[in-house]
Design a binder for this molecule. Structure first.
Ligand SMILES: [Fe+2]
Ligand SMILES: [Fe+2]
Length: 301
């Protein structure tokens, strides 16, 4: 069981505090005592734009020199732009990801024009390893340090959370074993941990597998009936009100005490979820700190 958890948002779309830079991207630093009582630091994702990511680390006076590990939620550029820089700051450390995370990805527009997607150039496995990182790929859950787990690949079991192709048309493509296939972002994974005195915290990247599928999977893995905290992306951006309300209803079954949807949630879903979850909803933003034992104020800092 983990204790003394502190989650600091390094990168998110919102800034509600002077002196930090926002971006379309995500990165969290997790500091805690692991289940054996040892102090740990784990970085979850490495943002979309390097300059604001590095600037916020400096402004927040975060020290990444003694990182125990980096975990990558999935192979999109808004979560992986500073993999190498983070490994360098750590002086080398393990980097956990799904086997599809670093595969080549493309977006093909309706008129057939292709642009590169996925992990940015220069931030792949070879570059991470050249910087002293050890890339560990697993589709199964992995215990990153004692008490902190990845979900691994999330089973997509419900009938409504489907990864759709881009809303404006076109196609997302991933190259698997040399074959170009539709990209359903199977590499999406989240972090979860049992926190002393509170219960299960779930931290997501984009939750492309669906926030409900993700929480269901964590509940099965850890044998939970309730989830204490959900922090991270939900990928509800662009979804209609019925879809968002269904997500809220399904998540409510786990009786979360802290819900901080952010990043790819979108303004519409944020406002609906705020209404639905009331004072359990907490806005996330660059520099936000969530701590065990502290009830965060919902809208302010
Ligand atoms: Fe994202
Ligand atoms: Fe994503």
């Amino acid at each position: 069981m983990i204790s003394e958890l502190v989650v600091t948002t390094i990168a998110d779309n919102l800034v509600l505090k002077p002196g930090l830079w926002g971006q379309w991207g995500l990165s969290y630093l997790l500091e805690f005592k692991d289940s054996k009582g040892e102090k740990r630091k784990v970085l979850f994702d490495t943002a979309n734009d390097q300059t604001p990511f590095l600037y916020n680390i400096e402004q927040l006076e975060l020290d990444l020199e003694d990182l125990d590990a980096i975990v990558i939620s999935h192979g999109h550029s808004d979560h992986t732009v500073a993999n190498v820089e983070a490994v360098e700051m750590a002086g080398g450390c393990p980097v956990y990801a799904h086997p599809h995370c670093f595969l080549p990805r493309f977006y093909e527009s309706k008129d057939g024009k292709r642009t590169r997607g996925g992990v940015p150039e220069g931030q792949g496995i070879a570059e991470i390893e050249a910087a002293g990182g050890q890339v560990i790929l697993s589709a199964d859950p992995v215990e990153v340090v004692p008490g902190l787990w990845t979900t691994g690949q999330v089973p997509r079991i419900n009938d409504f959370e489907k990864v759709s192709q881009p809303m404006g048309g076109g196609r997302r493509i991933v190259v698997v074993d040399g074959d170009e296939v539709d990209d359903y972002i199977l590499c999406d994974q989240s972090l979860w941990m049992d926190v002393k005195g509170e219960g299960c915290w779930v931290i997501t990247g984009c939750a492309h597998s669906g926030p409900v599928n993700t929480v269901n999977h964590v509940a099965q893995l850890g044998g939970y009936k309730e989830i204490y905290a959900y922090i991270g992306g939900t990928h509800l951006v662009g979804r209609d009100e019925n879809y968002i309300l269904r997500t809220a209803r399904e998540l409510e079954k786990f009786e979360p005490k802290l819900f901080s949807p952010c990043h790819c949630t979108g303004f519409n879903a944020m406002s609906i979820l705020h209404r639905e979850f009331g004072d359990r909803f907490a806005v996330n933003y660059c520099g936000r700190v969530f701590k065990t034992g502290e009830k965060p104020s919902p809208m302010v800092f």
